[in-house]
Design a binder for this molecule. Structure first.
Ligand code: ADP
Ligand code: MG
Length: 156
């Protein structure tokens, strides 16, 4: 089964999902690309915060709306947190050297991947967040063997 649905009743459960996905990523032992899909306010950054904090980052985690990417290279695995909301042209990603980010065994968390279509790498797993009453609904879709391994690990 290549999809998984989880209900997230409050903000802290969105952060906890981030922490759970970290555990699954660690057990894979390699980098991966996670797309975060959802409207403004859906919880993409909240998920990313939970993910990045559970790897040991103590500081703030904000959407890198103006810089497009925030690196967390001190973490193991390193994380690159993208927010492509203000990306003008997907080709800007080429100039940023997007391909280099992917070849380092790092995890790429990508908010607004729709804006980078054509240049952005395929997701191993797409995480979609939608409003639910109360809270949010998360749906994880595996798109590669790595993504499938991730979901299999999460189910345990
Ligand atoms: P995005 O990055 O998708 O634009 P944010 O992560 O910045 O969204 O968060 C939007 C808001 O939703 C925040 O105020 C956060 O506290 C709240 N939030 C996150 N997850 C949940 C949840 N599961 N239930 C209720 N509120 C949530
Ligand atoms: Mg955000």
């Amino acid at each position: 089964n290549s999809e998984l649905e989880v209900h997230l009743p409050d903000e802290s459960s969105t952060e906890q999902l981030g922490a759970l996905v970290v555990q699954a990523v660690r057990s894979i032992g390699d980098g991966c690309v996670l797309h975060l899909i959802g409207d403004l306010g859906a919880g993409k950054t909240t998920f990313s915060r939970g993910f990045i904090r559970s790897l040991g980052h103590a500081g703030a985690v904000k959407s890198p709306t103006y810089t497009l990417v925030e690196p967390y290279e001190e973490l193991q695995p390193p994380v690159y947190h993208f927010d492509l909301y203000r990306l003008g042209d997907p080709e800007e990603l080429e100039f940023m050297g997007i391909r280099d980010y992917l070849e380092t065994g790092a995890v790429c968390l990508i908010e607004w991947p729709e804006r980078g279509v054509g240049v952005l790498p395929q997701a191993d797993c797409a995480i979609s967040l939608t409003m639910a009453e109360p809270g949010r609904q998360a749906r994880l879709d595996a798109a590669t063997a790595t993504g499938q391994q991730l979901l299999d690990t999460l189910r345990k």
